[in-house]
Design a protein. Structure first.
Length: 529
């Protein structure tokens, strides 16, 4: 499947109004009705970052940071200079720059890609009936081949690179950093861990997030090869599909319970994955379709270079010789996001460990063998579905019921068969939250223990949820402007107004902070979760 690139020369030659399926206009219309970037993205099956850039372009949405970026761009500042001035990453700056006319377009999809997309959509429609059903949830629960669940010790450390540590120590009750030491069941998925991290640091699941390998680990395990990366799609990486309609498969908060209660429900076991697109088979087939549809890649110039020179040219590279750097320039969505179906024990080993590349190659080989094995069944299922669709003697209701039965009985077993257990490849990963405020949490595995190790490990298993054993620093909160803005908020609350951010008086800042769930109280480790 061929997806948007960030800023390719081809995109700039195509007028915005020619976006596939009028997505640009649909984004605008949907946002005017919903007033929510996240809901608009979810309804249209696209990325919120794309929605935000469209709204920026149309003048329908802005933030303090986007306004500051626009002013600095007008002054002739580069992305790197703006990132340094605003204390954010270059990626955060790029995500808040409006599209230019003609910059945005989708390439024409191949027939294979269209067929794959149509079939995937039918899977998702069926999924809508399955999510929340106990029988399906139990079936999808990730089990370690009958092995006893372990307890893993994780250190969660908020990146405070751009923070004033003196302010954090004075007002944020910080000794060494904003950290949380937690014990978790080894079968907790990254998807469920997200909710635990939200609770641990005082956020309310209001923005996008992702898990990633650190750059050096990503380069090492992929060997900087596009083909090796494609081999690892479904095992470790999401295929960068902008039409992942089931990304929010369990985002069902309705406001009838407190956000803390809702988060607890999410990070408490048993753990399972209820979507479609992160399964080994689905991700792998998308990666294979992408490779088969592209003998060569048109790689755009670096974004910073494009801003300096709008006539900057990219280069063309053979698909089998392309690097992961080429891949990052080609796709708009990140290519290094980890699939959240993974359990922590499938991605992390204790500090000091080392990935066995030979075992990784064996895992990839086994995945390929399974794909070859189930492919005939996949084709047979598609044929049966098409036969039903073309049967004029059947009512639409009957067609839908038969297709649902085929998918449930034919497709799900294929998924289960291909979802083999991955092996850990690193001792640390990173969690990114709110791509505007740019929060980052470093996650390090500090040990793996038996259930009976001590009372704490026994509690983790009996309660089937994380347990916090140590805390440093007050919780932060959403929409402060990142770690730098959080320190400005602390200053303002204690009577020191800020000229940079909108924290002009102590009373106003306190009221606003409370509205975001921030109390200024240090949580007790044992009661955090």
């Amino acid at each position: 499947m061929i997806i948007d690139k960030w800023y390719s020369d081809v995109e700039r030659r195509v007028d915005t109004n020619r976006m596939a399926s009028d997505l640009y206009n649909k984004i605008v219309d949907s946002y005017l009705k919903t007033g929510s970037i996240k809901t608009t993205a979810q309804n249209l099956g696209t990325y919120p970052i794309k929605v935000r850039r469209v709204l920026l372009t149309e003048g329908l949405w802005s933030s303090k940071t986007s306004k500051a970026i626009a002013e600095l761009l007008d002054e002739g500042k580069t992305v790197a200079e703006i990132a340094d001035i605003l204390c954010v990453t270059e990626k955060a700056v790029q995500s808040l720059i409006p599209y230019t006319k003609g910059e945005y377009n989708l390439k024409e999809k191949s027939k294979d890609a269209i067929r794959s997309e149509e079939y995937r959509d039918r899977m998702v429609l069926t999924l809508d009936r399955q999510v929340g059903h106990t029988e399906r949830s139990t079936k999808l629960k990730i089990i370690k081949n009958g092995q006893e669940i372990k307890v893993m010790k994780l250190m969660l450390e908020l990146n405070t690179k751009y923070a004033n540590m003196d302010i954090l120590k004075k007002y944020g009750r910080v000794k060494n950093g904003i950290t949380r030491e937690v014990l978790v069941p080894s079968d907790i998925t990254l998807h469920a861990l997200n909710y635990a991290i939200q609770k641990a640091f005082g956020w309310q699941n209001s923005h996008l997030h992702c898990f990633k390998l650190h750059d050096d680990v990503f380069d090492s395990v992929t060997e900087k090869s596009l083909i090796k990366w494609a081999d690892m799609c479904g095992l470790y990486f999401r295929f960068p599909n902008e039409e992942r309609k089931d990304e929010f498969w369990d985002d069902d908060y309705q406001g009838n319970v407190s956000i803390k209660t809702w988060l607890k429900q999410k990070y408490t076991g048993p753990y399972f994955y209820g979507g479609i697109t992160e399964n080994v088979y689905t991700s792998s087939m998308e990666a294979l379709t992408f490779i088969r549809s592209n003998e060569k890649l048109e790689v755009a110039p670096p974004f910073a270079e494009y801003l300096k020179n709008k006539d900057a040219k990219g280069h063309v590279v053979d698909i089998d010789k392309a690097t992961t750097d080429d891949l990052k320039s080609y796709f708009m969505p990140p290519v290094d996001e980890l699939i959240e179906r993974l359990t922590v024990s499938e991605i992390l080993f204790p500090e000091g460990g080392k990935v066995n590349m030979s075992d990784l190659d064996k895992l990839i080989k086994r995945k390929k063998e399974l794909l070859v094995e189930v492919f005939p069944e996949y084709i047979e299922t598609i044929g049966k579905v098409n036969d039903i669709k073309e049967n004029k003697k059947l009512s639409e209701y009957k067609k839908e019921a038969l297709i649902w039965q085929l998918i449930n009985e034919g497709f799900y077993p294929l998924i289960d068969k291909c979802n083999i257990q991955s092996i850990p490849v690193t001792d640390k990963i990173k969690y990114e939250y709110d791509f505007g405020d740019n929060w980052e949490v470093n996650i390090t595995c500090q040990g793996i223990y038996d259930q009976s190790e001590n009372e704490d490990t026994q509690s983790v298993i009996s309660e089937y949820k994380p347990l916090c054993t140590a805390i440093d620093g007050l919780p932060v909160c959403d929409d402060t402007g990142g770690i730098h803005g959080y320190t400005e908020m602390l200053n303002s609350i204690h009577g020191i107004p800020s000229d940079t951010y909108e924290y002009k008086d102590a009373d106003g800042s306190r009221v606003w902070a409370r509205s975001m769930g921030w109390t200024g109280r240090m949580p007790s480790p044992g009661k955090l979760f």
